[in-house]
Design a protein around this ligand. Structure first.
Ligand code: CMP
Length: 152
């Protein structure tokens, strides 16, 4: 029986993840879970894109360090697809603060800093639609079957 709506979500492996050499480690977790990579792009985020992406945080005390970090080097932008992908990915990355994120999550296992917390993932269907459109065009998406689709 199929369970959960098929969703797409945006995941960013932030510049600290790229520079620390954790792209493979983080991506492997999502692949093992059964999520399908439907688009991927290494992006140097410019301040204008950072402002659009993080518009809801503008004016907050941590905003300058957030923009400084996200523009500090290339990040890997991913569109992941799967059943209930948005909530599943959020569970897998863990709480925003890596010091309180559960063990077993990306942040809980691999990070200590709130700013350099390795990953970002969309938190709702509306956010996913908005954020995916910032990083990907319609032609960037790929349709294919994974060999384990009958099990996930
Ligand atoms: P992210 O999931 O990318 O969404 C917004 C980011 O802002 C968040 O991860 C953190 O990196 C950062 N952030 C959120 N709250 C704080 C905070 N209180 N102090 C510093 N950084 C924060």
């Amino acid at each position: 029986m199929a369970e959960g709506t098929l969703e797409r979500t945006l995941v960013l492996i932030k510049p600290d993840g790229v520079k620390r050499g954790y792209v493979g480690e983080i991506l492997a977790r999502f692949e093992r879970k059964g999520l399908k990579i439907v688009a991927a792009r290494l992006v140097q985020v410019v301040p204008e894109l950072a402002d659009r992406h993080y518009a809801e945080h503008q004016g907050k005390p941590f905003y300058p360090s957030l923009v400084q970090h996200i523009t500090s080097g290339p990040l890997l932008a991913l569109a992941l697809e799967g059943r209930a992908a948005i909530s599943v990915v959020r569970l897998m990355i863990g709480a925003t603060n890596p010091q309180t994120a559960a063990a077993g999550t990306v942040r809980g296992d691999l990070a200590l800093s709130m700013t350099q917390n390795l990953v970002h993932a969309s938190d709702s269907p509306a956010s996913a639609e908005r954020e995916l459109s910032l990083y990907f065009r319609a032609e960037d998406y790929h349709a294919y079957s994974r060999s384990d689709e009958g099990f996930v």
